[in-house]
Design a protein around this ligand. Structure first.
Ligand code: 5RP
Length: 260
């Protein structure tokens, strides 16, 4: 095990490395956003370099696009790709049915479009994101700037009739200014604590005027790869119902550590 990595980074890295092992030559891949997805981009670049794979990537944020390009991964738009073989992305929470909360990194809109346009979505995560019931992590929703306070009020009203514990929404900030997404929108974080019916909530949220998309990913994820600090990885597959466990071995000299 690498002595350069903390247990949490090791967990993210081994999950990413295992998931990148699912990639086949010629694939069109959705590239997620966040710290775990960044490990995936590094592992993917390493496989492309070492095995000469012909892979194109559709990034879900400008951050991921910059990282992928800097590592030599060919980047195209979703409109160029049209459909993807697989998307690999992180998550903020996942439950036993592999429904997710995403958007902690503010990229939920592009992430949802890209994942939905993929034959398969693989989530990579450390074990801390596994929950019995979604909702402890604040649920991000993307709102357009025009009349966002009205959208927020309408949203909180809609939450009154939902099976949730909390109902407050806060505007995500970037220092003194509202956070702005890649699409020029803002993010409201919903402090729900517990979401009783995530499927119903996802539908209701998207009826609120001004709300572009919500961070609930229902029936989108096919597989979760969970990494642990000791190098173990579990794979849960919702399609086959199989749960497998193994170890990811890696040398301290792996190229991807060079830039750390
Ligand atoms: C970005 C996301 C991320 O995938 C999610 O926030 C997990 O991030 P990290 O891997 O850094 O914990 O949804 O919008």
């Amino acid at each position: 095990m690498s002595e350069t990595l903390s247990p949490i980074d090791t967990a993210k890295f081994v999950a990413a490395k295992q998931a990148v092992g699912f990639v086949e030559d010629g694939m069109k891949l959705g590239l997620g956003t966040g710290s775990t997805a960044a490990w995936m981009v590094r592992c993917l670049a390493e496989r492309i370099r070492e095995e000469g794979l012909n892979i194109v990537g559709v990034p879900t944020s400008t951050r991921t696009a910059e990282l992928a390009r800097s590592l030599g991964i060919k980047v195209i738009s979703l409109d160029e790709a049209k459909w993807l073989d697989m998307t690999i992305d992180g998550a903020d929470e996942f439950d036993d049915e592999l429904n997710l909360i995403k958007g902690g990194g503010g990229a939920l809109l592009q992430e949802k479009i890209v994942a939905t346009a993929s034959d398969q979505m693989v989530v990579i995560s450390d074990a801390s994101k596994s929950v019995e019931t979604l909702g402890a992590f604040p649920l991000p929703v993307e709102v357009i700037p025009f009349g966002w306070q009205t959208s927020k009020a309408l949203l909180e009203e809609a939450l009154n009739s939902m099976d949730v514990l909390g109902q407050s929404a806060t505007l995500r900030m970037n220092g003194e200014a509202p956070y702005v997404t890649d699409e020029g929108n803002h993010i409201l974080d919903l402090h729900l604590q517990r979401i009783g019916n995530a499927r119903q909530l996802a539908l209701v949220l998207n009826q609120v005027p001004g709300l572009v998309e919500n961070g609930l990913f229902i029936d989108i994820c096919d597989k979760v790869v969970i990494g642990h600090g000791d190098g173990r990885v579990e794979v849960r597959d919702i399609i086959t119902g199989e749960n497998t466990e193994g170890m990811v071995e890696f040398a301290d000299t792996d190229n991807i550590f060079a830039d750390l």
